[in-house]
Design a protein around this ligand. Structure first.
Ligand SMILES: Cc1ncc(COP(=O)(O)O)c(C=O)c1O
Length: 385
């Protein structure tokens, strides 16, 4: 089976992890601290908080920004449900924005329209969570401008976009946001098995991210009710969680992080090969600009209406029979039964609905050989013949 995505683990990754297994610390030891330092220096950001998933990092980010009952949080409907559930876990209301039909990312015009209406109704979002879908950065300059005008905070869900760049700045540097989230799930750009991180330039937000990650407990003297205690003393000051990443995973993260630049070049080469060889078929790719450097976590095709009536689902079945795994990203959040119950209506998301009916994620990962990719390409050509 040619997989749509998978991790790539080298002997040096295994060696690094083995060293931790033989060491004194398996949980929050020196590797966890080092991984956070490496993340901060790689992505030009002041602070990093590693977490046991991007889902928990998104939850922590909402908590750190003070999201609570009565608040509104917005994200894009074309995402994994974790981009929305993080706000619901804080008791806030979630609302969704439609996609741009060319980039498949959050649509700026739809966002603007929605903000104008929300302003009149006094229901502006406290936080917006733009998702760099498939690894392509969102229009962060526009989003940042709107955040100043309408006074909302920004959490970038960059689960797909480790290593991506936007007008020369690295995704993760938080140039246009308060917090950026990464995922290190095995199908993503790099892995710690399960894992994620929250990056920020704010010392206060960094404190809160780490505070809620570890039970709402602090040892920092200035925050304690009783300050004259010995060094072992700590206080639990709010309801928190155990969302920590352990030293075994952090060691794997340190080792994988070294390869991100090289891997992104390879992913971009695979993308070019798909684009060149599938060019004359009834297929559309997302459009980008030269100032956007995609990490190509996913390579998505949108199947256009064609004379033979060849559909996405038929292509999925055809490739599956030939031992090629493809996937659909994403079932729009507003169409899931749980979210439907919250009152979302399909007619409010025409671009996402159309995209969803026709999209297919082709194999894209660093363990994919060009020879296997060409097999996939030739089968797709045969399907449309
Ligand atoms: C856009 C997006 N956000 C968040 C997540 C959650 O990531 P994790 O599995 O690390 O919790 C995912 C996972 O697929 C995702 O695609």
């Amino acid at each position: 089976m040619i997989r749509y995505s998978r991790q790539l683990i080298s002997s040096s990754d295994i060696k690094t992890v083995n060293q931790v297994l033989k060491s004194d610390f398996l949980t929050q030891g020196p590797k966890s601290i080092l991984f956070e330092k490496k993340l901060s220096s790689k992505f030009n950001v002041k602070y990093s908080t590693s977490c046991n998933s991007a889902t928990s990092a998104l939850h922590l980010a909402c908590l750190a920004l003070g999201v609570k009952k009565g608040d509104h949080v917005w994200t894009c409907t074309n995402s994994f449900v974790a981009s929305a559930s993080c706000a619901l876990h804080c008791g806030a209301k979630i609302d969704l924005v439609d996609i741009n039909s060319e980039t498949y990312n959050l649509d700026i015009n739809s966002l603007l329209k929605k903000l104008k209406i929300a302003y009149k109704k006094k229901k502006l979002p406290k936080v917006l969570i733009p998702v760099h879908f498939a690894g392509l950065p969102c229009e962060m300059r526009e989003i940042h401008k709107l955040s100043k005008k309408y006074k909302f905070k920004i959490i970038e869900d960059a689960s797909h976009a480790v290593g991506a760049k936007y007008y020369g700045s690295k995704i993760g540097s938080c140039k246009y946001s308060d917090i950026t989230i990464f995922s290190f799930h095995p199908v993503k750009i790099m892995t710690t098995a399960e894992g994620g991180a929250a990056l920020t330039n704010s010392k206060e937000l960094d404190f809160k991210l780490k505070f809620y990650r570890s039970h709402g407990i602090t040892k920092e003297r200035k925050f304690l009710n009783k300050r004259n205690k010995a060094n072992w003393y700590y206080e639990c000051k709010d309801l928190g969680f155990n969302y920590r990443l352990n030293d075994i995973q952090s060691a794997l993260g340190i080792s994988q992080l070294k390869k991100v630049n090289k891997w992104l070049l390879y992913r971009n080469k695979l993308a070019k090969n798909y684009q060149k060889k599938l060019k004359n078929l009834p297929i559309e790719f997302f459009s980008s600009k030269k100032e956007f450097y995609s990490s190509y976590h996913l390579f998505i095709i949108k199947i256009l209406k064609n004379k033979k009536g060849l559909t996405r689902d038929n292509l999925f079945k055809y490739l599956h029979k030939k031992n090629i795994q493809t996937n659909v990203h994403y079932i729009p959040i507003h169409t899931h039964p749980f979210y439907k119950k919250l009152g979302f209506k399909s007619k409010n998301f025409p671009n996402a609905e159309h995209y969803f009916k026709n999209c297919l994620s082709l194999p894209m990962h660093v363990a994919l050989k060009f020879s296997d990719q060409n097999k996939v390409i030739n089968l797709i050509k045969k399907f449309f013949k």
